[in-house]
Design a protein around this ligand. Structure first.
Ligand SMILES: [Zn+2]
Length: 195
């Protein structure tokens, strides 16, 4: 749980949805028309490096304080070894963590680096509850990961005409390989009843 955060440039939910969609369209165009689980390991290991100059390394982080991943300002993403392994095996929570950190690295690290340089080495931090959600890097990264892993059109296409024998969040979590909690939140944001 982070108590102090650096506010970042505002981003609306709509803008974040557009960013996720345009990154998907560029690197994995087929996932926008066919409901499928995105290859997050390929995204972090290959796409981040080839297209964004960001290196993703696996390290032992969790022993410090349970950290699963972190984005360093110097264009490096570190993923805890167990989290990485779980993501390779398709664990939803770990897959979400990798995309969350990837977004920090693509979008927030340059801002944080600029802030450090502008303020000669100090980065102003605020209590989390003093920062509105749209300027909260954690909210932005979670919103991005959700939209990236469960793009709106394929989610709607997948659910269209499906009988609700089991909760829709369960179907979504299995198809898109996300946690059921993340699927429930996504359905709520899309205004889809979880029945
Ligand atoms: Zn974060």
């Amino acid at each position: 749980m982070i108590d102090f955060i650096p506010p970042v440039a505002p981003l609306s939910r709509t803008r974040i949805e557009e960013m996720a969609k345009s990154i998907l369209a560029k690197h994995y165009p087929r996932v926008l028309s066919r409901p499928t689980a995105i290859d997050v390991v390929d995204f972090c290991d290959r796409v981040l490096f080839e297209h964004y100059g960001i290196a993703c390394f696996v390290d032992h982080l969790a022993w410090i304080d349970g950290t699963e991943g972190l984005a360093r300002p110097d264009r490096v993403v570190l993923i805890d070894e167990a989290t990485y392994r779980a993501a390779v095996e398709g664990d939803g929570r770990s897959r979400f963590t990798m995309i969350h950190e990837a977004f920090h690295s693509i979008h927030h690290s340059p801002q944080i680096l600029r802030a450090i340089n502008d303020q000669r080495g100090s980065l102003r931090r605020y209590r989390k509850n003093q920062v509105p959600a749209y300027m909260d890097p954690e909210w932005q990264a979670n919103t991005f990961a959700s939209a990236f892993l469960m793009p709106e059109q394929p989610v709607r296409a997948y659910l269209a005409g499906r009988s609700a024998a089991s909760p829709l969040s369960l179907l979504i979590s299995q198809k898109f390989r996300v946690s059921e909690k993340a699927a429930r939140i996504r359905l709520g944001k899309l205004g889809i009843r979880n029945q």
